[in-house]
Design a protein around this ligand. Structure first.
Ligand SMILES: *[C@@H]1O[C@H](CO)[C@@H](O)[C@H](O)[C@H]1NC(C)=O
Ligand SMILES: *[C@@H]1O[C@H](CO)[C@@H](O)[C@H](O)[C@H]1NC(C)=O
Ligand SMILES: *[C@@H]1O[C@H](CO)[C@@H](O)[C@H](O)[C@H]1NC(C)=O
Ligand SMILES: *[C@@H]1O[C@H](CO)[C@@H](O)[C@H](O)[C@H]1NC(C)=O
Length: 968
């Protein structure tokens, strides 16, 4: 391996992009649950099949050996999970489950570490590249990974368990996130939210003190330096999460939590003869019933079975029922009993019309894969939340055990046996299977990625921010003591419009055969096939205004008014255009609208009018007023703010600034831009719903970021990161660079910073700094420089991308526009960032935190500081880190362009589906749990008052006197 490694890497570089180095993968699966390992086994075998050397510690060794797959078997050490659960639901059964989780988790840890073969792993100092381990009820393996120095990929076979939200920084908000063990979906009742809040606290405490703490002790018996397991958990590189937004809804996930639901589903095999005949000979199709393996006939009440039988006798369908007894009361002829069925193959059969299920995630996944409608009857564990996914996605309906009677159940079956219901399920199934990369490819890709870029951190800052900051307690208390003063602002009007950055994506859509009609200020220079321009050129001045090199609150306020007024203008320009009007007057037919998500929602009104699904697209980080529409939490304690400094670890003052400016931008957008656009639209159409409501229906946002550059933010599944598709293949360059002995520094402050408005002092300091360096300099500048230094080549325009692509270009001194930054990370050129306005401060922070470069503030700019910054990034080690960052950034399962095109087509294909995250639609009082908090407050207050009352009466002087008298 030692020799093969580098060779295969070199080969890879020549042969294909998909080629990967064979890895030594250690799989640790200490939980003895068969249905869990059923999922993981498939993935582990696939890793082996793709040439990786896989060593697996589990209770489920292979029956017959396969290549590259080595078992370390724990079989026989513990009882395989197969306990018997009663056919009913209650809080008591939840408590039982919780203790079962805790005890089996701690037990699995001791069994794992006491195993002799497992011990050789650390005693022999075996070499591995990455550990894959289950994320369920024990963190024991994380201690082992630490000991072996391995990056960890977590994997599960269910929704995120309650104690895992915080480690990945996923917000658990009871007002719209289902709770594994309880009823209620994304629109819970007050009581359900209360239940969730209490049980969530219960499970988290229980896990922490009765499972994790025990595991920590168990580990301490073998190793003496394991950090707190919860800290190790926060370093997990990726979680391969067994969900998919088409089934489980669009939850908020950081980039390192990857949805891979579905890879366990096998190709359907031919059915055994008798089952096949039974199905094929049915005149009206078949219903398949299975309540899993943990539910036994012995513990199922007779009356429930009879209710079910009564319903089945009223339906014309035949029935296959997985049941562990030989017979049923009355021995109905249309029912085929067996204690085992090839479930997946049965669900794949077109004559199977319905699945009556206990809602295990695997069966549910098979049902959605094959498009079989489900009647879900959840019993314990994660089944209640799966049942809600089934209902909310439209895969089926649910019935609670408590409501099970003939009438109710019959109604449920009638609902899902309806042909229209069925056809909707078929199209849901199509959407579920329709992915840019298969679940398995994705799971394998991110596992390899974790090994390849093990030195990078993918943890969302949401996972590491202190709680008091997360909840902004300090800022709230500050607000409590200060009084806000309002600043009156004089309005300065600047004109602008759409930026040309999206054009590449639109051209690509045309190139791929779609008929693209583009309304913009930037018509093509020469026509291309399938691309039709409706030009707005000349209607407004293209944004080429002049900003001074300086930063202040005043420039932020100026930009805010610029955004507002230009947004309003663009709306009137758009709607007053005759050619645009023809679009709605002619009733033109389109399948999907793609529109910029920036400073106007005008086009959403038009989309509504034309009845089109909308794909949003942008070329910068999310604007402050767009967070809420996609349900993305804007939390100043770890999310950078577009217009301000400070990254994922802001100071108190920065958080304060962000809080104020965030409120400011949201208010002015709402009242001075959106409200105006609404009026403008009302001049043309008389029934446009509130634009903010339309915004919440946007199908997808093609977001111009990448977690490698901007960090792992919390995004719902319908916000897709596609940073980088604008970068073109580099073209050849003039000689100046080649002839440089020590390489070249490239300087550009974009097109909005002009010599005329830049103070002479700044220029002098820059010239002084770069003349101390041996590198030659290319400077995009339309002015002259003091002393006309020979090593500086000035020009009004440079082919920036081609320059950054040149291996002799060692550094980029930039104003941190997102496009230049993207080109820099693409080509791996270290950056000195000097942000000036707009989103540049945020981008500068991304540059610094990702390791792409360093930043310098205009206010700190002098020759010593600048020189120091250049020295830092010109260091070869810094450069090599940037090169590997660039590699990671480019390393994706699908290219940014393919992804952008895919989700655009997807929006058109499944326009009837809603992909909006429930976080976007939940009422604010629920989001912040104000009602629940007030309830707790009332309870606590009552308790205190009663206590005081009792104490008072006990300690009242009269009583004390009385008592004394009695004693005397
Ligand atoms: C693969 O893993 C097995 C078991 O851990 C080990 O014995 C073997 O040396 C490994 N092979 C390679 C090529 O690394
Ligand atoms: C990761 O970091 C270690 C120590 O900092 C270094 O030795 C190693 O080369 C780095 N690996 C990669 C792939 O960058
Ligand atoms: C393509 O779009 C153009 C402009 O909107 C339209 O004139 C043409 O009929 C469309 N072609 C097809 C095949 O839909
Ligand atoms: C979407 O819904 C409309 C009306 O409900 C229906 O006419 C249309 O067939 C549906 N389209 C698809 C692709 O399911």
């Amino acid at each position: 391996m030692k020799f093969l490694g580098p060779i295969s890497l070199i080969l890879c570089a020549f042969i294909s992009v998909n080629c990967v180095e064979a890895l030594n993968i250690l799989g640790i699966f200490p939980h003895a649950g068969k249905s869990h390992f059923f999922v993981f086994g498939k993935y582990l075998r696939e890793l082996a099949a793709r040439g990786h050397n896989v060593t697996v510690v589990s209770y489920f060794p292979l029956d017959k050996p396969i290549k590259n797959y080595y078992d370390i078997s724990l079989a026989g050490k513990t009882k395989i999970v197969g306990g018997v659960f009663p056919f009913k639901r209650s809080y008591w059964s939840i408590i039982q489950v919780s203790w079962y989780l805790v005890t089996s988790g701690t037990e699995s840890c001791s069994l794992l570490l006491s195993d002799k073969n497992v011990q050789t792993l650390w005693k022999d100092n075996s070499h591995f590249d990455v550990m894959v381990t289950e994320q369920f009820n024990s963190d024991c393996s994380l201690g082992l990974a630490y000991k072996l120095g391995l990056p960890v990929v977590g994997i599960n076979s269910h929704v995120v368990v309650p104690w895992h939200y915080s480690r990945f920084g996923i917000p658990y908000n009871p007002s719209f996130v289902t709770f594994q063990f309880l009823d209620g979906g994304t629109k819970p009742t007050f009581y359900q939210r209360l239940e969730r809040t209490i049980f969530n606290a219960y499970f988290n405490l229980l896990y922490k003190y009765f499972c994790q703490a025990y595991d920590q002790n168990t580990l301490a018996k073998y190793f003496n330096d394991i950090p707190p397991l919860e800290d190790l958990a926060r370093e997990i590189k990726f979680l391969l999460q067994y969900s998919t937004f088409t089934l489980t809804g669009s939850t908020l996930l950081p980039a390192n939590v990857i949805e891979v639901n579905g890879y366990h589903v096998e190709e359907a095999k031919p059915l055994p003869k008798d089952i096949l005949t039974f199905i094929e000979e049915s005149e009206h199709g078949v219903i398949y019933i299975s309540f899993g393996s943990i539910l036994k006939a012995a513990t199922t009440p007779q009356d429930k079975v009879e209710e079910i039988l009564a319903v089945l006798s009223k339906l014309p369908q035949r029935v296959l029922w997985k049941w562990d007894e030989k017979s049923l009361p009355g021995n109905p002829k249309n029912i085929y009993l067996s204690n085992w069925f090839p479930q997946n193959d049965i669900l794949a059969h077109p004559k199977v019309l319905a699945f009556y299920s206990h809602c295990g995630l695997l069966g549910t996944t098979e049902a959605i894969h094959h498009g079989v409608p489900v009647v879900g009857m959840p019993i314990f564990g994660d089944q209640p939340s799966n049942a809600n996914f089934i209902e909310e996605s439209g895969l089926g309906v649910q019935i609670q055990v408590a409501d099970l009677n003939t009438e109710n159940l019959l109604k449920k079956f009638k609902t899902i046996l309806d042909p229209e219901f069925r056809s909707k399920v078929k199209s849901l199934s199509k959407a579920w299977r329709d992915r840019p990369v298969s679940a398995m490819d994705s799971a394998v890709f991110w596992t390899e990625f974790a090994a390849r870029y093990r030195n990078f951190t993918f943890t969302s800052p949401a996972a590491t921010v202190p709680a008091y900051q997360y909840y902004a307690l300090d800022i709230l208390s500050l607000f409590f003591v200060i009084i806000l003063t309002f600043i009156l602002v004089t309005i300065k009007v600047l004109k602008s419009l759409l930026s040309p950055k999206k054009i590449k994506y639109l051209r690509e859509l045309a190139a791929r055969g779609h008929n693209v009609t583009v309304v913009s200020h930037f018509p093509l220079n020469k026509p291309i096939k399938n691309y039709y321009d409706i030009s707005l050129t000349g209607k407004t001045k293209i944004l080429e205004s002049v900003f001074p090199i300086e930063r202040s609150y005043w420039t932020i306020i100026q930009s805010s008014w610029f955004l507002v007024t230009s947004g309003r203008d663009s709306c009137s320009v758009l709607l007053s255009d005759k050619n645009v009007q023809n679009i709605w007057k002619d009733n033109s037919h389109f399948d999907v609208m793609v529109t910029e998500q920036f400073n106007s929602d005008c086009s959403l009104g038009l989309a509504y009018k034309l009845g089109l699904p909308v794909v949003g697209i942008n070329s910068h980080v999310i604007m402050p007023w767009h967070y809420s529409r996609f349900g993305i939490p804007y939390n100043p304690s770890f999310v950078t703010f577009h217009f301000l400094e400070g990254g994922t670890k802001p100071t108190f003052y920065q958080r304060f600034e962000r809080t104020i400016f965030n409120a400011y931008f949201n208010l002015i957008y709402k009242y001075f831009c959106q409200a105006y656009d609404q009026n403008t639209l009302a001049k043309y159409f008389d029934d446009i719903p509130p634009l903010e409501d339309l915004a919440r229906e946007i199908k997808f946002l093609l977001q111009y970021t990448s977690f490698i550059l901007t960090g792992s933010t919390l995004l719902p599944a319908n916000v897709i990161e596609v940073n980088g598709y604008h970068v073109e293949e580099p073209k050849p360059l003039p000689k100046f660079i080649e002839e440089s002995e020590h390489g070249v520094i490239y300087i550009s402050f974009g097109s909005m910073v002009k010599a005329a408005t830049t103070s002479k002092n700044i220029i002098e300091e820059i010239v002084a700094a770069v003349s101390k360096l041996p590198q030659r300099v290319l400077w995009k500048w339309e002015g002259t420089l003091p002393g006309n230094p020979k090593n500086i080549h000035l020009s009004k325009w440079f082919p920036q991308n081609d320059i950054l692509a040149h291996p002799k270009v060692l550094a980029f001194y930039s104003h941190c526009g997102l496009l230049g930054t993207t080109e820099a990370i693409h080509h791996g050129v270290p950056v000195v960032g000097m942000p000036i306005f707009g989103d540049q401060p945020a981008n500068a922070k991304f540059i610094e935190e990702s390791g792409l470069g360093v930043q310098i503030q205009v206010a700190d700019l002098n020759r010593e500081n600048l020189l120091k910054k250049f020295k830092t990034i010109l260091d070869p080690e810094f450069r090599s880190k940037v090169k590997s960052l660039s590699k990671a950034w480019r390393d994706r399962p699908v290219s940014a362009m393919d992804s952008a095109v895919f989700w655009t087509e997807f929006a058109a294909r499944y326009r009837n589906f809603t992909f909006t995250s429930p976080a976007a639609t939940v009422p604010a009082y629920q989001y912040y749990a104000l009602d629940i908090l007030s309830l707790f407050f009332v309870i606590i207050l009552t308790f205190i008052l009663i206590t005081i009352k009792i104490l008072k009466s006990l300690l009242s002087p009269k009583k004390i006197l009385k008592n004394k008298k009695k004693k005397q």
